[in-house]
Design a protein around this ligand. Structure first.
Ligand SMILES: Nc1ncnc2c1ncn2[C@@H]1O[C@H](COP(=O)(O)OP(=O)(O)OP(=O)(O)O)[C@@H](O)[C@H]1O
Ligand SMILES: [Mg+2]
Length: 628
């Protein structure tokens, strides 16, 4: 009896831990959904969709698979060889035999290492190709979305999809799939070898499998919970950062730094706690598996040792020193992949969650897209007509209510009206940044929905209300990467009066534009965006004048270049300074999404209506400022 005490003690310890875990499992609550959001797509469908991306590389995967089998061979054969050393000393010891064995062992080891190396290189390359394909598809899909759709998805989310989520998928191809397959094969191979060596000892090892399964199930629950918390807290910090880094200047101006710091510390502490929980879960699980491993070794030495000493045999197979050595190595190789399998589960789940998020974006059908029979327009004259156009950003909240007007080719039409009256909205409908819900917009008598979007936009130059410059150089911002000579660029700059300030810069056209273009003044930014528009020689120019305050000198430059542009083609312009548009052929006054009045400057002044009111206000203001 005494001699089985160690086994009983080991069994009791495992039993106590099992009970503690069972209680923890029952009493710790966890949300059902996997990673902080409800999954809608089935794992099976996700995997099928992901496989579509892997299919072109099927050949590579077959090579990887074959290389994997070669490297597994080492795991299965090496214990047998080490165990075989016993035979060497049985009879007369011959050094040459030992040397041959060492050479063969080293050979197998080298082959296995080389194939593992080749396998991971091919795998990483293939994985990166697949994921860069997914990233490109995603980016080009995002480009096809309409302004409305883009407004609805936060930029931070899109960035995460293209970077983090794509990486999670890459992890799945490069790590999870291979590790899972490899682990399964190693377990099968090792089990088969053990069965061939000794039936009884193998059954003993198998007795530990239910415990491993049990611990794994419990581990999965806790690790999933910890993992989700880490992810939620990380997202929380990311959102906080993206919002507050952009608004840092406001925080400083209003002296809110301490308060923001408190908020940040709070989120940071939460992330730390979540990370600690994750580390704790792994910290418990790994030693548990190790404990099972050690116990099985203990059992091996006990049963194997007794069998060896007492000449114990089972199904005709005696326990020899070689069997014990080989089993000692096999048990290690058996537990290792099982632990990997359990731990890879999270990576797999998170990759699937990422895949679902990416597919959700890919599944958004662009709401402004080419009709199947859309036509190309090679040249246009520039006649534009709005026919009873109704538009709303939010269902049933009409921003434009039955707007109709005509613009003749080469005319200049100006839109004025209070803030929020719908001026910018009208301009964005012409280039199909959005589609109107009711009514028609015609270019040269053709409904714009029947024209290919790219072909339509080719003829328009748009200058948006909030001028946006990309990080890069002045040159790249004006040409937008089109091939243009310096002469062409400078000609455009001269036309819009941007040449003078560019010539003063030390690097000229190659002057760096920093992120958010804060090294240029508001007026300079406008002049640059005029140049960007003019260089592409559009037939129709659409200008949404920025409301930003501009110094008098730059304002005169802008005024002058606007006058030149008005003569260059059809122009639709939103102007906040009425002086800008006095020479417009038609001025449309908007009020709450409807046209209140229209006519040229003098006709409207005579009417003494809304335009007259606006004009008098600005006139009065100007008189007051010049008096100061
Ligand atoms: N993306 C959007 N989503 C929802 N509502 C919007 C959106 N853009 C504008 N609106 C709403 O549509 C209305 C018209 O906006 P629009 O930008 O056309 O005004 P605007 O005349 O250009 O004003 P401003 O002179 O201030 O530039 C406003 O009430 C605004 O709140
Ligand atoms: Mg506007």
């Amino acid at each position: 009896m005494k001699d089985i005490y160690p086994l009983l003690i080991a069994g009791a310890i495992i039993g106590v831990f099992s009970i503690i875990f069972a209680l923890a499992y029952i009493f710790v609550k966890d949300k059902k959904e996997a990673f902080g959001f409800t999954r809608n797509m089935k794992d099976k469908d996700l995997i099928r969709r992901l496989m579509k991306y892997a299919r072109p590389y099927a050949g590579n995967f077959i090579i990887i698979f074959v290389l994997m089998l070669v490297s597994i061979a080492y795991d299965v054969i090496s214990p047998l060889m080490v165990g075989g050393i016993e035979d060497l000393i049985k009879d007369d010891f011959e050094l040459s035999r030992l040397m041959t064995m060492v050479a063969v062992y080293a050979g197998i080891l080298v082959i296995s290492l080389v194939s593992t190396y080749a396998q991971s290189i091919i795998l990483q390359k293939t994985g990166q190709k697949i994921v860069s394909g997914i990233r490109e598809e995603l980016y080009s899909h995002i480009e096809s979305l309409s302004h409305g759709q883009l407004n609805r998805i936060p930029v931070g989310t899109l960035v995460t999809r293209v970077t983090n989520d794509a990486n999670a998928i890459s992890m799945m191809f490069t790590r999870v799939i291979v590790n899972l397959t490899k682990s399964v094969f190693v377990v099968i191979g090792v089990l088969a070898a053990m069965f061939l060596l000794n039936y009884e000892l193998t059954l003993m090892v198998l007795c530990f499998v239910p415990f491993i399964a049990y611990f794994t199930v419990i581990f999965r629950k806790f690790s999933r919970r910890a993992y989700r918390r880490v992810k939620d807290c990380t997202t929380g910090i990311n959102i906080f950062l993206s919002e507050n880094l952009s608004g840092m200047k406001i925080t400083q101006i209003f002296n809110r730094a301490d308060r923001k710091m408190e908020e940040f510390s709070d989120r940071n502490a939460k992330l730390k706690k979540a990370r600690m929980e994750e580390i704790f879960v792994f910290g418990v699980f790994r030693p548990m598996v190790y404990m099972l491993y050690i116990t099985s070794i203990l059992f091996l030495f006990y049963l194997g040792g007794r069998g060896y000493l007492e000449g114990f045999s089972f199904m005709g197979k005696t326990v020899t020193g070689m069997v014990i050595v080989a089993f000692y190595m096999y048990i290690n190789k058996f537990f290792d992949p099982i632990q990997t399998l359990a731990e890879q589960f999270n990576t797999l789940q998170s990759a699937l969650a990422s895949a679902e998020k990416i597919f959700t974006i890919l599944d958004i059908e662009p709401d402004v897209k080419d009709a199947p029979d859309a036509i190309e327009l090679d040249t246009i004259k520039g006649d534009i007509e709005f026919e009873d156009v109704w538009f709303s950003y939010v269902p049933d909240e009409w921003v434009l209510k039955g707007v109709s007007f005509k613009v003749r080719a080469n005319d200049t039409v100006a839109f004025v009206g209070a803030t929020g009256s719908g001026k910018t909205t009208i301009l964005s409908l012409i280039c199909r940044n959005y589609d109107a819900q009711k009514g028609r917009i015609l270019i040269d008598g053709i409904d714009i929905k029947k024209i290919k979007i790219s072909s339509l936009r080719k003829h328009f130059g748009q200058m948006l209300q909030d001028v946006y410059l990309f990080a890069g150089t002045i040159r790249s911002n004006i040409t937008l990467r089109d091939d243009k000579t310096d002469e062409e660029i400078m000609e455009a700059c001269r036309f819009v009066n941007a040449d003078k300030f560019i010539e003063k810069l030390s690097a000229g056209l190659d002057e760096e534009v920093r992120e958010r273009s804060n090294n240029f003044s508001a007026g300079q930014r406008q002049l640059l965006s005029f140049a960007r528009m003019i260089i592409h020689k559009p037939e129709v120019m659409i200008l949404d004048e920025a409301t930003a305050n501009i110094d008098t000198e730059t304002e005169a430059l802008i005024q002058n270049s606007l006058e030149k542009m008005m003569n260059a083609g059809t122009m639709l312009i939103v102007a906040h300074r009425l002086s800008t548009i006095q020479h417009a052929d038609n001025i449309i006054v908007l009020s709450h999404g409807e046209i209140a009045e229209q006519g040229n400057h003098f006709e409207l002044l005579e009417k003494k209506g809304k335009y007259y009111g606006l004009y008098m206000l600005q006139y009065e203001k100007q008189r007051l400022t010049s008096a100061v």
